[in-house]
Write a protein that binds this ligand. Structure first.
Ligand SMILES: [Zn+2]
Ligand SMILES: [Zn+2]
Ligand SMILES: [Zn+2]
Ligand SMILES: [Zn+2]
Ligand SMILES: [Zn+2]
Ligand SMILES: [Zn+2]
Ligand SMILES: [Zn+2]
Length: 514
């Protein structure tokens, strides 16, 4: 494959390209196709277009598509079917022909009004190759230039899953997502930072969907304050923010999650036993409460919103931005974990202290500044890691058993082996020896499978399979004891009974083999 000449790569996973670079890139691809299939150059871009969905380079000439390899027909004399002009010079690309005037006005209209570089035949779906379009537009510099622009636009659009244009400067950025990533943060040459997927400002750890949703919610809130803030029959617990629905009854409500009791109207914490006289009038009842959860995270978000824009110190900027986004992130999580709130609070106070240090007068030795910045950086990373680790975010919403860590290996091996040895020693039954040889295989296979699964599911699988093995061992021990050795017990018991009756002599008659 031909190598393209790019500008120097600024970061290992994205590159800045100018319009000229892209133009060159497109032309190199067209050259490549031409050299490979030896078809007229005007058809190469069409062919590239037909294959854009499948990759950069077509491996063969597309069949059964609107790509036609036939060449321009020689002009013939006859009546134009479009404008009915008689004795006209008719030309065409496929089996459909028209006079020069008709072609000219049709193609000019496509380029000038419909702004497209992919033009089909007047009567059918066949794509018209570039050289014909350029020939028709000959002499009209403005339209030719426009056509060239449209070709580029089309090419850029075809690359949109890894190419975006900068909103601030005329550059383009081609990005290469790390394995498994859906988006990445990109910095253009001009300094503009953006998300590769939604092209908004970087918003890690919030997903593109939630980030867009957040702004929609805020917009809705600003436009119509009553919709979100003042809902009547669902309110959030003032203690844990769980959503609570009121189904008639009295106004003292108990949260289903944290059991806190509060008054539905005024949100004052009340005890059902003591008489609460609500001082809220019936009119104001409907105007209080609502989405306390949104209120909480919105206020937190506002505390930090926009602060990073005026900050020059990069570390502080990052921590301020992280705080702003962490509130959005948390709003969309099903539960708020105490661990998360703790991390958030620590970062908030560390950020504030660092800001105070920067704002304070007096000397700031480089060494101390670096040390303080490093501490803040670590704290920022902690919060981001917490958000990006699905196991931690699940906290509070998943039962403890599901997210339990793996049972330590010695807790599995030692009791199981002791149990097996005891059973094997007592019964001398081959089942336990066989089981003893399967067990090491289990110890090897289970973690191998568990490691391939996502962390929480892997741990759950690991622990569950251990319980399954334990239950299996229990069942086998029971079965063996009952069916194999109980027989022996009865035989022995009947012999003892017989001996007691004097029917047999225990020391003369050997026990029957069981
Ligand atoms: Zn005509
Ligand atoms: Zn046609
Ligand atoms: Zn830019
Ligand atoms: Zn995004
Ligand atoms: Zn009551
Ligand atoms: Zn609650
Ligand atoms: Zn009240």
């Amino acid at each position: 494959m031909r190598k393209f000449q790019f500008q120097p790569i600024l970061a290992p996973n994205f590159q800045i390209l100018s319009m000229a670079d892209l133009h060159q890139e497109m032309n190199s691809k067209i050259d490549h196709i031409q050299s490979k299939f030896s078809i007229p150059r005007g058809q190469c871009r069409i062919m590239l277009h037909e294959n854009w969905d499948f990759g950069d380079f077509p491996s063969q000439i597309p069949k059964n598509s609107n790509f036609n390899q036939s060449t321009v027909t020689e002009p013939i004399k006859g009546e134009c079917e479009i404008c009915c002009q008689e004795e006209a010079e008719l030309m065409g690309y496929c089996c459909h022909v028209a006079c020069e005037n008709c072609w000219s006005s049709y193609i000019s209209d496509k380029v000038d009004k419909q702004k497209t570089s992919m033009i089909q035949c007047l009567k059918c779906q066949q794509w018209i190759p570039d050289d014909i379009i350029e020939k028709v537009l000959e002499g009209n510099e403005q339209f030719l230039e426009q056509f060239e622009m449209l070709k580029m636009k089309h090419y850029v659009e075809s690359q949109k899953n890894n190419l975006i244009s900068c909103e601030k400067c005329p550059n383009f950025i081609r990005f290469f997502l790390p394995n498994g990533a859906k988006k990445m943060d990109i910095t253009c040459e001009c300094g503009l930072k953006m998300c590769s997927k939604c092209q908004k400002e970087p918003h890690d750890p919030v997903s593109c969907e939630n980030y867009a949703k957040w702004w929609r919610i805020l917009l809705e809130m600003i436009e119509n304050p009553t919709t979100r803030w003042m809902m009547n029959n669902t309110k959030d617990c003032p203690n844990c923010f769980s959503r609570i629905e009121k189904w008639g009854g009295c106004d003292v409500i108990k949260c289903w999650k944290c059991q806190v009791q509060f008054c539905w109207n005024c949100f004052v914490g009340v005890n059902h036993m003591t008489q609460h006289v609500c001082d809220k009038s019936p009119e104001s009842q409907n105007r209080r409460g609502g989405d306390l959860r949104l209120e909480f995270y919105y206020k937190g978000f506002l505390k930090h919103f926009g602060k990073s824009l005026t900050t020059k110190n990069e570390t502080l900027q990052k921590s301020q931005k992280t705080l702003e986004l962490a509130y959005i992130f948390a709003y969309f999580q099903p539960g708020t974990s105490q661990e998360f709130l703790k991390l958030l609070n620590v970062l908030e106070s560390k950020t504030e202290k660092f800001q105070e240090f920067l704002d304070s007068e007096g000397p700031k030795p480089q060494e101390i500044l670096e040390k303080k910045a490093q501490i803040l950086e670590i704290q920022t990373k902690k919060l981001l890691d917490y958000c990006n680790n699905p196991a931690s975010v699940w906290e509070d919403t998943v039962p403890a058993m599901v997210k339990a860590p793996r049972i330590p290996i010695e807790q599995i091996v030692i009791p199981t082996l002791i149990w097996m040895c005891v059973l094997a020693g007592f019964t001398l039954d081959p089942v336990f020896f066989n089981f003893g040889s399967i067990f090491p295989a289990f110890l090897y296979i289970t973690p191998t499978i568990a490691d391939k699964l996502p962390p929480i599911i892997g741990n759950l699988f690991y622990n569950l399979s251990y319980y399954v093995i334990l239950v299996l061992l229990l069942i086998i021990s029971l079965l063996v004891t009952v069916f194999r050795n109980l027989g022996g017990f009865f035989t022995n018991a009947s012999r003892f009974l017989a001996a007691a009756h004097g029917t047999i002599d225990l020391f003369v008659h050997p026990p029957p083999h069981v």
